[in-house]
Design a protein around this ligand. Structure first.
Ligand code: SF4
Ligand code: SF4
Length: 348
């Protein structure tokens, strides 16, 4: 594979594509330092199976496949996850489970690779010395052991690495690890200031975010190195070039972020605030009236994403003439590099 001209392309929002991110519960066995879950805003219950299935029906389309990502907290803590996966498949969802790698309730024994489109593992470092101070003692070992088991059983496995100031310098070691583990799909994410990372930033305990130059020097280069090893890589766009159009996914795409308290957001950056567009009450999807996220989606500003400007204005640099140095893309806009031998096969 080495030496091929593998360049990143921006994955524009596709009309008609629907992505449903369903948090089945907010409980988790871990306590990651950057955890974005906010029980005060998202609820603390584990949704019963019957409720999960009713809510899935609200977003399913009989005529067309939709992408479903089952999340928590830790979704494998849900005792009925295997049945939920099978029910979702019967409703024409392509199903991904995003796990921290602990795989409770014998998930690998209770579903088959044919029943689950992707099993995604989160790891924030190429070794325990980098990962475990962020995600917890012993987590690297458990996560990579279970990942190897899943690969061995034939599951489609992907890995998510959340880039922050604590681990960006170690990102370049991930492609070799992924190749060794047999992972063929790699998602690089940018840390969002939500949940715990927002609290810590506001208390000035830690600066999580990565400066633009550091991001641009590291992330595209590592993505290409992973693609050179035959790995399909997706990473956020973040900074728009001068000729690139800004689009807010809230205006042009169908993304739903569902929480156990019934809040349904269209923008993940809004999740710490009661700005949700929709709510589920008595198993019905209703508009949430008032000052909501969709009022923000319609604002055109030179900085690009309005929610980014509201939440983290200190990260926007300005030129002497007052124009922003970079326009910030929608956080849902991705770039990808697909090795030529592989076709695109995962929505996230
Ligand atoms: S695994 Fe996910 S839900 Fe659990 S503490 Fe870490 S970031 Fe939060
Ligand atoms: S991240 Fe910004 S651009 Fe994307 S949906 Fe939210 S407000 Fe819109």
């Amino acid at each position: 594979m080495k030496g091929r001209d593998l360049t990143a392309r921006t994955v524009g929002f596709q009309p008609g594509e629907r992505n449903v991110f369903f948090h089945l519960l907010t409980a988790c066995n871990l306590s990651c330092r950057h955890c974005y879950i906010n029980p005060a805003q998202h609820g603390a219950t584990t949704l019963p199976k019957t409720t999960v299935l009713s809510w899935l029906r609200l977003f399913a389309r009989p005529e067309k496949e939709s992408n479903l990502v089952l999340l928590g907290g830790e979704p494998t803590l849900h005792p009925d996850l295997a049945e939920i996966i099978r029910a979702a498949k019967s409703m024409r969802y392509a199903v991904t489970v995003d796990s921290n790698g602990f795989l409770f309730h014998d998930l690998l024994e209770r579903v088959t690779p044919a029943e689950l489109d992707f099993l995604s593992f989160s790891l924030d470092g190429p070794d325990p010395a980098v990962n475990d101070p962020i995600r917890g003692a012993g987590v690297f070992r458990t996560c990579t052991d279970n990942l190897r088991l899943a690969v061995g059983k034939g599951f489609n496995v992907s890995l998510i690495y959340t880039v922050s100031s604590l681990n960006i310098e170690h990102l370049h070691r991930m492609p070799a690890l992924l190749a060794d583990l047999g992972v063929r799909r790699f998602f690089i994410q940018v840390i969002g200031l939500r949940g715990k990372s927002a609290e810590k930033t506001h208390k000035d305990e830690i600066t999580w975010q990565v400066e633009p130059d550091r991001w641009l020097e590291n992330v595209p280069r590592v993505a290409k190195a992973a693609a050179d090893l035959g790995i399909h890589v997706t990473f956020p766009k973040v900074f728009l070039g001068p000729d690139e159009a800004f689009e807010c996914a809230g205006r042009v795409a169908e993304n739903f972020f569902i929480f156990p308290n019934g809040r349904v957001y269209q923008c993940p950056l809004c999740e710490d605030y009661p700005l949700h567009c929709y709510k589920i009450r008595d198993n019905q999807l209703l508009r949430h009236e008032g000052l909501n996220e969709d009022r923000l989606f319609t604002l055109d500003i030179p900085e690009g994403c309005v929610m980014n400007k509201l939440l983290q204005p200190e990260n926007i640099e300005y030129l002497a003439d007052g124009r922003p140095r970079h326009r910030i893309s929608c956080c849902l806009l991705k770039q990808e590099i697909v090795p030529r031998s592989r076709k695109k096969n995962n929505a996230r």
